[in-house]
Design a binder for this molecule. Structure first.
Ligand SMILES: NC(=O)c1ccc[n+]([C@@H]2O[C@H](COP(=O)([O-])OP(=O)(O)OC[C@H]3O[C@@H](n4cnc5c(N)ncnc54)[C@H](OP(=O)(O)O)[C@@H]3O)[C@@H](O)[C@H]2O)c1
Length: 256
């Protein structure tokens, strides 16, 4: 979708555009044969994605770090769709230990996995290191999802093989990867350099990593002949909790 369509909401060749809702896009789709994991499904875009997948009959696993918020979303979904299949599992993407624990728990549930939506994210945070000692935006937005995807990939491939249904991995990236860039683009040797840290460029860097991850994974999946695709997307500009470190800036930006 080009910038013009993104801003105006004009539909593209698919008939849908940035102004289309998830319900419109999935109208008439029966997803009852699908199992979906959504990271960060306890708020914002992830919560809406979880709601609409559940509405279409999918088995939804909300992977959230705040279990109270995740349960609130589950209850909200059940109120509007009483027969919805929704589970909540604990996942903190900024902790590699937590990512491994989540993957272990999910795999032990012996469920198929058709769709993995790597949606969770933080934006423009002040400099902070994760518990593994990695700059927080890179650790959360990219590294946690990278490890999670690797740990769940075999289950996705086997599900696609057994069911004949194409598996899908979706990384939530952002147009910010174009707007905010370090000179080195990705600073592999300066990830944790507090002195030259830019909250915006670090976000852009992590979102570029989401794209590179999807591109290379996609290439490898094709090479393997796996019936699983990997893509990255920019979801549009939506006021959510993501703007907690940039609320005023975003309000001004959206006024323009
Ligand atoms: N909104 C936009 O305009 C926009 C534009 C471009 C891209 N995106 C991308 O879209 C995705 C969703 O964003 P959103 O707007 O829906 O924001 P949001 O409402 O803040 O949702 C992000 C979710 O990620 C979770 N999360 C943050 N850190 C986590 C961690 N360490 N482990 C597990 N979960 C964690 C948050 O949990 P807590 O509630 O506990 O913080 C929250 O549930 C993000 O990847 C973002 O970069 C959004």
């Amino acid at each position: 979708m080009g910038l013009f369509r993104l801003v105006t909401g004009l539909p593209g060749p698919s008939g849908f555009g940035s102004a289309s809702t998830a319900e419109q896009v999935t109208d008439g789709i029966d997803a009852s044969h699908l199992t979906v994991v959504i990271t960060g499904g306890a708020s914002g875009i992830g919560a809406e994605t979880a709601r609409v997948f559940a509405l279409r009959g999918a088995h939804v696993i909300i992977a959230g770090r705040n279990m109270e918020a995740a349960d609130d979303v589950k209850q909200l979904i059940l109120r509007s769709t009483p027969l919805a299949r929704v589970d909540i599992l604990k996942l903190d993407l900024s902790s590699l230990k937590s990512v491994r624990a989540f993957a272990g728990q999910f795999l032990s549930m012996d469920l198929p996995l058709n769709i993995l939506i790597n949606n969770a994210g933080v934006m423009f945070c002040p400099f902070q290191l994760s518990e593994d000692g990695i700059e927080l935006q890179f650790a959360t937005n990219h590294l946690g999802h990278f490890l999670l995807t690797n740990l769940l990939l075999e289950r996705m491939k086997s599900t696609a093989k057994e069911t004949g249904i194409e598996g899908r991995i979706v990384n939530l990236s952002s147009i910010a990867h174009l707007l905010h860039r370090y000179e080195e683009v990705i600073r592999f040797d300066k990830l944790n350099d507090k002195d030259t840290y830019s909250d915006k460029k670090a976000y852009g860097q992590s979102k570029l990593a989401n794209i590179l991850h999807a591109n290379e994974l996609s290439r490898r999946l094709q090479e393997d002949g796996a019936n699983v695709t990997a893509n990255s997307i920019h979801p549009g500009l939506i006021m959510t909790n993501l703007m907690r470190h940039s609320f005023l800036q975003m309000c001004l930006f959206l006024q323009l």
